[in-house]
Design a protein around this ligand. Structure first.
Ligand code: V3L
Length: 85
């Protein structure tokens, strides 16, 4: 089996996989050993902090979520808010 890794953000009782475009951006920044990067998600700017493995809104850092890089096959709620059926 292939060991494919991708990125997840935390929901209330589980993890959501990032959408494909955002996942590619995260993987690119992570591979370049950046400490952080900025993402535009649904009209909001978010900071990804690779040091503390957090996502938060740039204009409201209290809106904070844990993130992780894990095997694609790992249990998840769905992808970017779209639940697995
Ligand atoms: N990708 C897509 N939507 C996001 C992301 C992201 N990386 N970050 C936040 N949102 P906040 P449960 C999530 C959405 O952090 O029931 C899930 O995708 C976020 O959506 O306060 O708690 C679900 O759709 C939320 O709707 O800025 O597991 C939903 O929460 C909104 O942006 C419920 O998931 C504000 O998030």
């Amino acid at each position: 089996e292939e060991e494919v890794y991708c990125w997840f953000y935390e929901g209330r009782n589980g993890w959501w996989q990032y959408d494909e475009r955002t996942n590619a951006e995260l993987e690119d920044a992570y591979t370049k050993k950046k400490k952080s990067c900025e993402l535009l998600i649904a009209g909001f700017l978010y900071i990804i902090d690779f040091v503390n493995m957090l996502q938060f809104r740039r204009n409201d850092p209290s809106r904070r979520r844990r993130i992780k890089r894990d095997l694609m096959n790992t249990p998840k709620k769905g992808v970017a808010g779209v639940r697995l059926s």
